[in-house]
Design a protein around this ligand. Structure first.
Ligand SMILES: Nc1ncnc2c1ncn2[C@@H]1O[C@H](COP(=O)(O)OP(=O)(O)OP(=O)(O)O)[C@@H](O)[C@H]1O
Ligand SMILES: [Mg+2]
Length: 317
């Protein structure tokens, strides 16, 4: 279904970011990033704390001017056409501004009017239904759970039916059940909208997004579908090796000469050997163990998870 919809729009560029840079004083928070999102794509902006995700999103939503570089939303420049951009973007900020004394419906209605939504009554009803808050429409915002507040924030971002939706870590600080609900909502929204979604959780990016842009220290360090990121980034090999009677020092002596040797670490009854390239070194390992007079009882590749790859990229801090 998704594919049909995308082809109908003939892969229109909905978000185009070019060399976008933001400096706070002389600190560069976002440093010349370039990426795109096509109509109907869910793009994940994945990075650790302080990577520059929020700063990027604030620029894209017209909240803050870039220091240099450009970005377009649905063809409109975020700086020169910021009014057009605001009409077309829904933004769930990192911290949703809360008006505790408003009702759920009042809050969404307030945003609808602010944005000049026609037929606001039916539009508000529709959007509340969409985020599963219609049965709470009379509840005061102060009495909502965190997850419900997050969905209310989503309703605010959706009420003017924007083409592009920008969500800044929508699953942070809510319980696991509600995390699942928010992720499902995002995937559902992705059928009709273009979505930029930030997270510092790799598995979330993998589950929710069509494409992931990895950002660290203000720069893009990798980009691709979850599957091709894994392929691209996994430069080396990981093998589990079990050798009878060899301690770590002895095993290191035996195996440090293997082509591309990077490290040997203990795991369970054996060791994990990592190499820098993806040549098959199993023959070399077997040969070395036997030549040293030891017995090899297990030798198998270990799949690196995308999480390992990500941590290698951004540094295990
Ligand atoms: N208003 C500001 N003034 C000065 N520095 C700032 C400001 N806002 C953000 N920064 C700095 O810019 C860098 C990027 O921050 P940003 O909030 O964009 O990161 P983030 O990826 O959203 O992080 P997190 O995952 O913690 O939300 C950080 O080092 C942060 O301290
Ligand atoms: Mg942030």
């Amino acid at each position: 279904m998704r594919k049909v919809w995308i082809s109908r729009l003939t892969a229109q560029k909905m978000i185009e970011v070019q060399n976008l840079t933001k400096q706070y004083g002389n600190f560069t928070a976002v440093n010349g990033i370039t990426f795109e999102a096509q109509a109907g794509e869910i793009v994940g902006l994945l990075g650790p704390n302080g990577a520059g995700k929020t700063t990027t999103m604030r620029m894209l939503t017209g909240f803050m001017p870039p220091t240099s570089g450009t970005a377009k939303i649905a063809g409109f420049d975020i700086f020169d056409d910021s009014m057009e951009v605001r009409k077309r973007v829904g933004y769930l900020p990192e911290r949703v501004p809360i008006y505790p004394d408003m009702t759920v419906r009042g809050y969404v209605d307030f945003w609808a009017r602010l944005r000049g939504v026609k037929n606001s009554k039916s539009q508000v009803t529709q959007v509340l239904e969409r985020v599963h808050l219609l049965d709470r429409q009379k509840t005061l915002v102060r009495n909502l759970s965190k997850g419900m507040r997050q969905r209310l924030g989503l309703a605010q971002a959706l009420v003017h039916d924007p083409e592009v939706i920008i969500l800044d870590e929508p699953t942070i600080g809510i319980d696991p059940q509600q995390v699942i609900e928010v992720r499902d909502s995002v995937r559902e929204l992705g059928k009709k909208h273009t979505i930029l979604f930030s997270t510092h959780i790799l598995s979330e990016a993998e589950q929710v997004c069509d494409r992931v842009v990895i950002i660290n220290k203000g720069q893009i360090i990798a980009e691709g579908t979850p599957a091709n990121l894994r392929q691209k980034l996994q430069r080396g090999n990981s093998l589990y090796v079990q050798i009878v009677g060899a301690n770590l020092a002895q095993a290191t002596d035996m195996l440090s000469g293997v082509a591309g040797f990077e490290s040997l670490t203990a795991q369970g009854e054996g060791y994990i050997l990592r190499t820098r390239n993806s040549n098959d070194v199993r023959g070399q390992i077997a040969e070395r163990v036997v030549q040293s007079g030891y017995r090899l009882v297990e030798l198998r590749p270990v799949a690196m998870t995308l999480e390992d790859i990500f941590l290698d990229l951004v540094g295990r801090e």
